[in-house]
Design a protein around this ligand. Structure first.
Ligand SMILES: [Zn+2]
Length: 194
């Protein structure tokens, strides 16, 4: 049914005092640091310290690589363009794909044969946990490589947050059914009462 909030969310949204973490995909939470539920929201990554707090809230690791703010904001711009294109049903921009691949190329590890469920599978085994920007790029790559996952912008009034929709009939409309979805339901109810 159109407008029904998705029941297939994997992770419950996390509301920190500083950041809105929807918990759908790390890269969209990252893109959402420059967006929000009000028009012209503040940029939540104004400096290195804020970036480290955001990474901490996402439980991401530095792993000896402290990302520079300029690289971080460049990646965020590339991924914002990507999210907008996906929401509009367009092909991913070449510049966004190139940026993701640039970060993926820095992965360290090797391929390994693993036996799972009675079948041999070829898996990439990382040597270390990905540092912040790499983890964000991996998250975007995972979304793009999943044909059943759709990127949407919230339909809430004044809300510009992006989320992923993996409901069977792609019916998720709001970043949060209890915030943006609730407003719509309240307005509808008022309309009925009138
Ligand atoms: Zn919203």
């Amino acid at each position: 049914m159109a407008g029904t909030p998705s029941k297939w969310r994997r992770v419950r949204p996390i509301q920190t005092a500083e950041f809105t973490l929807l918990g759908d995909a790390i890269w969209l939470d990252f893109v959402n640091t420059a967006r929000g539920r009000i028009p012209s929201p503040p940029d939540l990554l104004p400096d290195d310290a804020a970036l480290l707090r955001w990474a901490g809230a996402q439980r991401l690791h530095l792993n000896g690589e402290r990302p520079c703010l300029m690289d971080t904001l460049e990646l965020r711009q590339r991924l914002t363009t990507l999210a907008e294109a996906l929401h509009a049903g367009l092909q991913p921009p070449a510049g966004s794909i190139a940026a993701i691949n640039r970060h993926l190329a820095r992965e360290q590890g090797c391929h390994q044969l693993l036996r799972t469920g009675g079948e041999w599978q070829l898996r990439f085994a990382p040597l270390r946990q990905a540092p912040i920007l790499q983890a964000i790029a991996q998250s975007a790559a995972a979304t793009l490589a999943n044909p059943l996952l759709f990127v949407r912008r919230c339909a809430g009034q004044g809300c510009s947050l992006f989320f992923t929709d993996d409901s069977p009939n792609q019916s998720r409309r709001w970043c949060s059914a209890s915030v943006c979805g609730r407003e719509v339901r309240v307005e509808r109810r008022r309309g009925l009462l009138r």
